[in-house]
Write a protein that binds this ligand. Structure first.
Ligand SMILES: Nc1ncnc2c1ncn2[C@@H]1O[C@H](COP(=O)(O)OP(=O)(O)OP(=O)(O)O)[C@@H](O)[C@H]1O
Ligand SMILES: [Mg+2]
Length: 188
């Protein structure tokens, strides 16, 4: 995969498949320390130690349509390839907390790619799943922040569905402008 957005799509889809009602996506682009940190926390079904260990091997999946699950092992592999780290904690009935780091300047770090559209797919994927996305950029010791919280957005929609097509342009522009403003992603 040559876009970070596709890795994130897979990882966050795992949370949705695990029946999470809330997924927190925290991204820190620390330009001062040449470090990208991606943290995803969900309140889904969680994994036992045994399942977690297997989940990190590319031949394990609880899905029945295909024999290998690749989301987690590929994300871990990418982090390690990019001089970063990968950590995952999970507890049955509580949820999963995953953090991957990457060296920003590493040549193997793929671009975010089509992140706005991909993130928006996750937002409208399931109305019962809330997503709170916080992206921070640290540059010259200054921190800028963009927040997209579906709980907040639903509260001002006044009964309109977040899936309503008429919202799409507004939502995508809002995300793109917000990320551009904090200089989170080049070439967005
Ligand atoms: N956030 C999560 N909460 C609970 N279980 C999870 C979570 N993420 C992964 N898993 C478990 O780990 C397994 C492996 O995940 P992985 O993303 O690698 O593969 P997959 O989702 O099964 O298949 P693919 O991603 O290739 O479509 C999943 O089938 C699921 O059982
Ligand atoms: Mg998956």
């Amino acid at each position: 995969m040559n876009e970070l957005s596709l890795y994130l799509l897979d990882i966050m889809q795992n949370s949705i498949k695990a029946d999470a009602t809330l997924v927190n996506l925290n991204i820190v682009t620390d330009k001062d320390n040449d470090l990208l940190t991606i943290n995803i926390v969900d309140n889904g079904c969680g994994m036992s130690e045994e399942v977690l260990e297997k989940a990190l091997s590319p031949f394990y999946t609880t899905r029945t349509t295909r024999k290998v699950g690749l989301g987690l092992p590929l994300f871990k592999e990418l982090a390690e390839l990019c001089e970063g780290s990968f950590k995952i904690e999970s507890k049955v009935g509580v949820g999963t907390n995953l953090t991957a780091t990457f060296k920003l300047s590493n040549i193997d770090l793929p671009p975010f790619g089509n992140w706005v559209d991909t993130f928006y797919i996750l937002v409208i994927n399931d109305e019962n799943v809330d997503i709170k996305y916080i992206h921070r950029v640290i540059k010259n010791k200054e921190t800028k922040e963009f927040v997209f919280d579906t709980v907040e957005i639903k509260s001002i929609l006044d009964g309109m569905s977040i899936k309503d097509l008429s919202l799409m342009k507004w939502a995508k522009d809002y995300i793109r402008d917000g990320l551009n403003e904090i200089e989170a992603i080049d070439n967005l």
